[in-house]
Design a protein around this ligand. Structure first.
Ligand code: 8YV
Length: 321
């Protein structure tokens, strides 16, 4: 039997599936596995199931028997693909199962930021609701507004669907390639990044993190947005220049932001974003529902078992040949 290390808490159904095929050890503590423990644990393993641990030359060097790494995530920016290819190591991810869950959360952020739900929740709970509300508490409508989706992948399309059919919004998108299906289904209009930033009321960043998308949105891009724009990031923190985001929010040069991902996670307690009322901050929960996390972990486990026993996993992120 192949030996696997499970570096995250996974549901019992997933553990049972792995147990049926492999010998395994698992990380059981309720905190992220420290790097030195992970490096030690992978020493005699053929497979690794994990969230976002860096799979780089250091880890590969510590794991001479390793054959496959299965991410319990759709993003795989934690993979050093060149180093993995060089060692012939298969990397897999978990697309599709999380699309609707992440798109739901994006709408949660859009509504919270535009209608100031979190800010006004604090207002009520802190006893500041002492007279009828005024313009001071008004927000911005989501319905009939224009949403610009940067990165029209599977999750982008799930956002477009909700935008079109749930909120009657106009949908613009910017992507590496045209998406005729999304254009036909959701009336999505392809446009350049500048035009999207200038015309959108809601800007949703949903691209994978790659060298091309690193800090894709910075001071220049924020300066093109409307003063009433709402900016949403549920991709990766590094797709945005966080300092530039802090500055536009502090100077109220956009209306608000909803942020599920940060440059450094967990976010540092002294990050100025945490002191601003016009940003809704979440601890990277895009896919974090019971069902979706279980589906993701099971997909990752199946990818892993297939890779270790010579079958083609369903979701390989890079070809070895
Ligand atoms: C995970 C995610 O929370 O799937 C992804 O790419 O961002 C999330 O579902 C994340 O990978 C955990 O590190």
């Amino acid at each position: 039997k192949k030996r696997v290390y499970i570096a995250e808490c996974v549901p019992s159904s997933v553990e049972a599936y792995i147990a049926a095929h492999c010998e395994y050890e698992k990380w059981e503590e309720d905190r992220k596995i420290p790097r030195d423990v992970l490096l030690e644990k992978v020493r005699d393993k053929h497979g690794l199931l994990n969230f976002g641990a860096k799979i780089d030359a250091e880890l590969l060097g510590a794991a001479p028997l390793l054959e496959a790494v299965a991410n319990i995530s759709v993003g795989y920016d934690n993979f050093d693909i060149a180093a993995m290819k060089q060692r012939g190591i298969i990397g897999t991810n978990t697309p599709y199962v999380l699309d609707d869950t992440v798109a739901d959360l994006i709408f949660g952020l859009m509504l919270s930021a535009s209608r100031r739900i979190c800010e006004l929740d604090r207002f009520v709970k802190e006893g500041r609701w002492t007279h009828e509300i005024t313009r001071e508490q008004y927000g911005i409508d989501v319905h009939h507004a224009t949403v610009g989706i940067i990165g029209m992948g599977r999750i982008g399309e799930a956002v477009a669907k909700r935008a079109k059919f749930g909120f009657d919004m106009n949908v613009l998108y910017y992507n590496r390639s045209r998406k005729p299906d999304a254009e036909a289904a959701y009336g999505a209009v392809y446009c350049g990044l500048e035009e999207l930033l200038q015309q959108s009321d809601f800007i949703v960043l949903m691209t994978p993190l790659t060298p091309d998308t690193h800090q894709l949105i910075g001071a220049k891009e924020f300066s093109l947005m409307k003063r009433t724009a709402v900016f949403i990031n549920a991709s990766r923190g590094q797709t945005v220049d966080e300092q530039a985001l802090i500055q536009v929010l502090q100077e109220r040069r956009i209306w608000a932001a909803g942020i599920d991902t940060f440059e450094i996670e967990p976010v540092a307690p002294d990050n100025p974003l945490l002191r601003l009322d016009n940003v809704v901050t979440l601890p990277h929960i895009g896919s974090a529902t019971f069902k979706t996390r279980e589906d993701m972990a099971m997909t990752a486990a199946k990818n892993m078992v297939a890779a270790l026993y010579g079958e083609k996993p369903q979701y390989v992120v890079h070809e070895l040949k």
